[in-house]
Write a protein that binds this ligand. Structure first.
Ligand SMILES: C[S@@+](CC[C@H](N)C(=O)[O-])C[C@H]1O[C@@H](n2cnc3c(N)ncnc32)[C@H](O)[C@@H]1O
Length: 217
């Protein structure tokens, strides 16, 4: 079974956008869109792990500019097919290898926190601080383990020694993947982000959580 996250998303690229058609999640998507469009209005946003560009399209409607990045060229090719303005640029890059020039006053990551190993979170937070100007805004959104849903905790098939949790997923092409999917609690998110921000805000939607704040100067 494949255990590489990047190749999982490469294989999943063409079917990925189905996650944005789930009827029960439409209200959350609308609420999150309104939050991000307000938070990132007139900002120069770096998006990490942009995938097929669902949030790129929503956020770019109000942002001043957007650089959308992902480790996989295949998802970026799909994102480029969206109806995007010329203020959006794309780059294929591993978020852990992003250059640390402080060009951005905002950073966004959709559904990527859950795919970061617990032991890599410090490195990830340091990258966030290095990339953003002092006082720069960040926001992350990810899945809650809603009972009976796709992210029901009963779908976790493995837990490692660090406490990282994994799901076994089968794609439409028949390939099987062991996928890292962590479900942080509100307390964990607030405690972890307090290391880089003193105004962390947690928004509790039905299927997703959002955390946002400004990096401490
Ligand atoms: C769950 S998808 C989220 C896509 C998009 N942000 C969204 O919310 O629709 C996770 C994305 O993370 C990307 N990814 C995984 N590891 C990465 C890394 N180290 N650096 C950049 N992107 C990465 C995958 O290619 C995939 O597109």
């Amino acid at each position: 079974m494949n255990q590489d996250l990047s190749s999982y998303y490469h294989n999943r690229a063409k079917e990925y956008d189905k996650v944005y058609q789930i009827p029960e999640e439409q209200q959350d998507l609308a609420d999150a869109t309104a939050i991000f469009q307000q938070l990132f209005a007139q900002k120069n946003v770096l998006e990490i792990a942009c995938g097929t560009g669902y949030w790129t399209e929503q956020i770019s409607r109000t942002a001043a500019s957007m650089l959308a990045t992902d480790i996989n060229e295949s998802v970026i090719e799909i994102a480029k097919g969206r109806n995007l303005s010329s203020k959006v640029a794309f780059e294929v890059v591993d978020m852990f290898q992003l250059e640390t020039e402080k060009r951005f006053d905002a950073l966004f990551g959709g559904f990527i926190w859950s795919h970061i190993l617990l032991q890599d979170l410090s490195k990830f937070l340091q990258k966030t601080v290095d990339i953003l100007q002092p006082g720069g805004v960040f926001a992350f959104i990810d899945s809650k383990p809603v009972a009976g849903g796709y992210h029901d905790k009963r779908r976790i098939t493995q837990t490692d020694a660090h406490g990282n949790t994994f799901q076994t997923r089968t794609l439409e092409d028949g390939t099987q993947h062991l996928v890292l999917k962590n479900f942080p609690t509100r307390e964990f998110l607030e405690e972890t982000l307090a290391r880089i921000s003193n105004d962390v805000r947690y928004t509790d939607l039905e299927h997703y959580w959002i955390v946002s704040g400004k990096v401490s100067a």
